[in-house]
Design a protein around this ligand. Structure first.
Ligand code: ATP
Ligand code: MG
Length: 332
């Protein structure tokens, strides 16, 4: 079926202090219309860089290598103005932090109305009315009152709903959500995830949903892409990647470190060790240093290998280790 977003061989390096540091290393993924791709990986793995590259918003206007095809068209072949129009109308983004993403000195309704005035040429009055409709759609019970409020008068959950309303204003086809619930407490997080699921069905939205939290990814995604140190290490259907069919040792480690429902540890990754220094070349498998299963053959670079239908893993031992449980104690 049709890909709304097709990202091919995306590579991004950040230059600074006389060094070049790889943030994304030849990653490819695609999102079909109406589907949600979950992108998961620990802090520094390149998730936000991927979002920014898709939006054409890399720092300094940098252009990544590779291709970002939105509905078959390379967004980097377009002019900056065309890209800006695309971002306003057809692709929208919701960031992590509702506390800083809203302008504190502008009434919420006006902020939601702004893209309608800017990109759709709506009259102010009609746009403000539409802003109230959007607030109602995202579950705000008193839209007229909320529209007149300033961001500091709203709770974190309401602010995130207002941001989602802004992102929906121009009726986008693709929504990029970068850790949209990370700043919220669990109950509110669950409400926002329910809202996103409902909106996705109602509007047939496609989503690129970024989170470090596998539990959150499991709620919404159809497919899951696991990033590690700027590389895709596993990619496939959610039921496979987050279920017993997962194959890469890093995914194993992430799943083993999922907090139980009873203890609320949020940013915890008990996989020992940390990401490698991305300014250095790594000769073999990028996960070798932290992998409890590493052995001699892991000194070779690991290509992505097909391990099932629409399922790839960057580990030569994928199949052999299929039923071997993760044991963090074994890691160096
Ligand atoms: P987090 O979960 O913390 O948001 P992330 O997966 O979104 O992490 P990125 O923010 O994409 O990761 O960062 C990937 C790598 O690129 C990191 O090593 C980071 O330090 C580096 N990086 C990100 N932005 C910049 C920048 N503007 N300049 C230089 N290096 C950057
Ligand atoms: Mg990020």
């Amino acid at each position: 079926s049709e890909a709304i977003l097709d990202v091919k061989n995306l590579t991004v390096a950040y230059e600074g202090g006389g060094r070049s540091s790889r943030a994304l290393n030849d990653i490819s993924f695609r999102i079909e219309r109406g589907k949600v791709l979950g992108i998961v990986g620990e802090s520094g793995s390149g998730k936000s860089t991927a979002a920014m590259a898709v939006l054409g918003l890399l720092p300094g206007g940098a252009k990544p290598s590779g291709q970002v095809l939105f509905k078959g068209q390379d967004i980097y072949a377009k002019s900056p103005e065309e890209r800006r129009a695309l971002r306003g109308r057809e692709i929208s983004i919701v960031f992590q932090d509702p506390f800083t993403s809203l302008n504190p000195s502008i009434q919420v309704g006006r902020q939601i109305a702004e893209p309608l005035i800017l990109h759709k040429g709506m009259e102010e009055k009609a746009a403000l009315q539409e802003a109230e409709n959007l607030l109602r759609e995202v579950g705000i019970t008193d839209p007229a009152r909320t529209a007149k409020a300033y961001p500091h008068q709203l709770s974190g959950g309401m602010k995130q709903r207002a941001l989602i309303a802004t992102a929906l204003a121009c009726d986008p086809e693709l929504m990029i959500l970068d850790e949209p619930t990370t700043a919220l407490d669990v109950t509110i997080e669950a409400q926002i995830l329910d809202l996103l699921e409902a909106l996705r069905v109602k509007r047939n939205l496609s989503m690129m949903f970024i989170s470090h939290n596998l539990g959150v990814i499991a709620r919404l995604a159809d497919e899951v892409c696991v990033l590690y140190a700027g590389d895709v290490v596993e990619y496939g259907p959610k039921e496979t990647v987050l279920g017993p069919g997962h194959r890469h040792p890093y995914t194993k480690g992430l799943l083993a470190s999922l907090p139980k429902l009873t203890d609320r540890r949020d940013r915890l990754f008990p996989i020992p060790g940390r990401l490698p220094d991305l300014s250095q070349t790594i000769p073999g498998c990028i996960f070798e240093a932290r992998c409890p299963f590493a052995c001699k053959g892991c000194g070779q670079p690991q290509p992505l290998q097909a391990v099932g239908a629409d399922h790839v893993s960057r580990c030569w031992r994928s199949l052999e280790l299929a039923d071997v449980p993760w044991r963090a104690d074994d890691a160096e």
